[in-house]
Design a protein around this ligand. Structure first.
Ligand code: 5GP
Ligand code: MG
Length: 175
């Protein structure tokens, strides 16, 4: 039995399930964009998904990363994000795919979406590996979703628990 910080973790999605789904998602995304676009990954959680997605594309996409953290005192994000690391390049007039690990309350993606719009992106589509639909606090849905998941605390494939567990190849629920 694997564990993190002394707590057992249970496999929810295997490496192979994730690989198959990411490959399908990449096809759907390319069928939609049809021509090269910019991939914007959200650090840190989405770095693994971003790396896997871009290598499934046959289009020569560009990649940039943004790092935001939500502020407020509770553990849950609260609708305001602080930009820790901004994009390196101008996105004015660009078509882009915003990638995050998991869509939970929706605050983070809703806010980053708004920031990217203000920066002048021509079009923004969103992709998340995981969607905790029942947890939504704002009406935000992603355009491309890997898996709908139950309300459990998940780690692996880039998702951490206090910086641990990002390296795991599958997605695990912390028990
Ligand atoms: P939202 O703003 O949608 O509530 O938050 C999305 C962010 O919350 C994700 O990018 C992720 O950092 C974090 N998050 C939400 N649920 C989980 C979870 O089950 N495990 C981990 N590790 N992070 C989560
Ligand atoms: Mg995150």
């Amino acid at each position: 039995m694997q564990s993190i910080k002394g707590r057992p973790i249970r496999l929810l999605l295997s490496e192979e399930e994730i690989r198959r789904r990411v490959s399908q998602l990449a096809k759907e995304i390319e069928d939609y964009f049809k021509e090269p676009f910019l991939v914007v990954g959200l650090l840190k959680g989405a770095f693994v998904l971003t790396a896997d997605l871009i290598r499934e594309f046959s289009l020569p996409v560009q990649v940039d990363f943004m790092w935001v953290s939500s502020y407020g005192t509770s553990q849950e994000s609260q609708g305001h994000v602080r930009i820790v690391k901004d994009l390196d390049r101008d996105i004015e007039g660009k078509r882009l795919l915003l990638v995050d690990d998991i869509l939970d309350t929706g605050y983070t993606l809703q806010e980053v979406f708004r920031i990217l719009q203000l920066k002048g992106a021509e079009e923004i589509k969103t992709c998340v590996l995981l969607d905790k639909k029942e947890r939504r606090k704002v009406p935000f849905e992603a355009d491309f979703v890997g898996f709908e998941v139950p309300n459990l605390f998940l780690v692996g494939y880039g998702l951490d628990w206090d910086e641990e567990g990002r390296h795991l190849r599958g997605i695990y629920a912390v028990e």
